[in-house]
Design a protein around this ligand. Structure first.
Ligand SMILES: [Zn+2]
Length: 282
């Protein structure tokens, strides 16, 4: 009988409805030929097990992605903070260089002033004296302006030094925290990668407990919905609330798994779970 049915189905156009009929027949044969309800029950448990592994696997993969993003963001921050310190140091050094030049200028102006003063003391000619005196006054004015510039430059350097120290302190602290965070995230990533590896091994093992056509159907469904396998509660599919026909419910109780005629999710029947769900709703 199974063979005949399979032949019929091969020549049949595979619509969703037909797939449903196909699986219903499969279940019927599955249970009736073996005569043991345990087979169906263990099939739905295997499917549930696969769903829970896949759920955990998806969560782990999404955790891995998140951890990688955090690490990348932290890694980008470090050179930016270092560059900020570098630029502030450069500004400070330029300011210092500028001040050194001003100090040199001031020194040479002072020397020039002293020379002029000495010459002025030894001049006899009144005309020459007046000219030199004029030159000295102009030089003194220049020295005064230069001293003002020097004071401003000193203030700028002090403020630049303060800014540099603050940036250095803040950024070095941030870099330290970022490095600690990266180290922590890398450890977490290692664990998550290990968990992913283990789950994949677990999944491979779980696949062996499920017939290939059920598996294909499950794979198609799991890309469409987050809950490809749901319980029947109060005789309805707990995802789409479609009422399960009485004959399907009987089959389901015998076989353990059935496809919902409306949403095509896998339906299972669990006496314990239904009891719990009812308790929760009260
Ligand atoms: Zn449904």
């Amino acid at each position: 009988m199974v063979f005949k049915l399979c032949l019929c189905i091969t020549n049949y156009k595979l619509t969703s409805k037909n797939i449903l009929i196909f699986f219903s027949y499969r279940l019927y044969n599955f249970t009736s030929s073996s005569g043991v309800n345990m087979v169906g029950q263990s099939l739905y448990k295997s499917l549930k097990n696969l769903v829970s592994i896949d759920k955990e696997l998806n969560e782990t993969i999404s955790k891995i992605e998140k951890t990688k993003t955090i690490i990348e963001k932290d890694q980008i921050q470090i050179p930016l903070l270092e560059k900020e310190i570098e630029e502030s140091e450069k500004e400070y050094l330029n300011q210092k260089k500028n001040l050194d030049l001003l100090e040199l200028d001031a020194k040479s102006l002072k020397e020039k002033e002293n020379t002029l003063k000495n010459r002025l003391e030894n001049i006899q000619n009144p005309k020459e004296y007046k000219a030199l005196e004029k030159e000295l006054k102009s030089l003194e004015l220049k020295i005064l302006e230069q001293e003002n510039e020097l004071v401003n430059s000193w203030h700028k350097l002090e403020s630049q030094e303060k800014t540099l120290n603050e940036i250095k302190k803040d950024n070095l602290e941030k870099i330290k925290q970022l490095k600690e965070s990266i180290e922590h995230q890398e450890k977490a990533l290692k664990d998550q990668n290990e968990a992913e590896k283990n789950l994949k091994v677990k999944r491979e093992k779980a696949l062996k407990d499920i017939p290939l056509d059920w598996l294909n159907s499950y794979e198609r469904m799991r890309h469409k919905v987050v809950d490809p396998i749901v319980p029947v509660i109060d005789s309805v599919c707990s995802a789409c609330y479609y009422k399960v026909l009485r004959q399907d419910l009987t089959k389901l109780k015998q076989a353990g798994v059935l496809l919902c005629r409306n949403c095509y999710r896998f339906l299972y029947y669990d006496f314990e779970e239904e009891k719990d769900e009812k308790k929760e709703s009260f």
